[in-house]
Design a protein around this ligand. Structure first.
Ligand SMILES: [Zn+2]
Ligand SMILES: [Zn+2]
Length: 257
């Protein structure tokens, strides 16, 4: 299976997975780059997987469904372009010979879902939309810090080698913030340097992995004393309460330049 991040808009990635003949796409906010890739590689689109309802994730769904006949799956609790197969925690989707397990990950939006699978060779893979970013997490548009905390904990519990396919290239901006939170984290400094090099060559920083995010992502490190202390320094958050720490980090990031 080939995993391709198709750049779209300012900083979106439309993730495409294919076996040389059949393809699936996750969160096609724009149909054009997907259609160009399918045509250029002689692929048939079998499935469209949607994580949440924002326009930069569903804008190309109708055009792709019409042009290819692909089936569409999406979150049961959100309004996405009909018709689609509604999914929630515990459901699974069988496409391209793979089984995708559905995880409810509310916080960025109320009904956000993520898709976890194992590739034909067993390598784990996650499509997490705007919930988990490399070194960051999504804004809380519709959910609470407690929901986002639980959603991130669910993703952090996936196998360490899981490739993390986030929907935006926000990594450098997130790493700048993460460094302000945890200036003494050597792994973070090293990763930031790698990502700066990749971006200067015009390459994506993604996919990341769950193990790497556990080492560098402050939103997954709310129980680390240095992270909790920084959150306390920002707004007096209770260092022993990881939800309060996450809430402080999210607010701090919103204001961070
Ligand atoms: Zn979004
Ligand atoms: Zn988005």
């Amino acid at each position: 299976m080939k995993l391709i991040p198709l750049p779209a808009f300012q900083d979106n990635y439309l993730w495409l997975l294919h076996d040389g003949q059949r393809a699936l796409v996750v969160d096609p906010g724009d149909a054009a780059p997907v259609q160009a890739y399918l045509a250029g590689h002689g692929l048939r689109l079998d499935a469209i997987l949607v994580t949440h309802h924002h326009p930069d994730h569903v804008g190309g769904v109708d055009a792709l469904r019409e042009a290819t006949g692909a089936r569409v799956w999406g979150p049961a609790r959100e309004r996405i372009p009909q018709p689609f197969q509604p999914l929630a925690q515990g459901d699974s989707v069988d496409v391209l010979g793979l089984r995708f397990e559905v995880l409810d990950v509310p916080g960025h939006t109320a009904g956000h879902i993520a898709y976890f699978t194992r590739d034909a060779d067993g390598a784990p893979l996650l499509f997490c939309g705007d919930t988990l970013f490399s070194a960051g997490c999504g804004r809380l548009f519709e959910g609470t810090p407690a929901q986002m905390y639980a959603s991130l904990a669910k993703l952090a519990a996936l196998p360490g080698p899981t490739r993390v396919c986030c929907a935006h290239e926000y990594t450098l901006s997130n790493l700048k913030f993460a460094t302000a939170v945890e200036p003494g984290n050597a792994r973070l400094a090293e990763y930031r340097q790698q990502c700066e090099q990749r971006r200067s060559r015009g390459e994506p920083t993604l996919p990341s992995t769950i193990a790497l995010e556990g080492d560098v992502n402050p939103f997954l490190r709310t129980r680390q004393p240095a992270v909790a202390r920084a959150a306390h320094g920002y707004d007096g958050a209770d260092e022993a309460d990881p939800v309060a720490v996450l809430a402080a980090l999210r607010q701090w990031k919103n204001e961070f330049r």
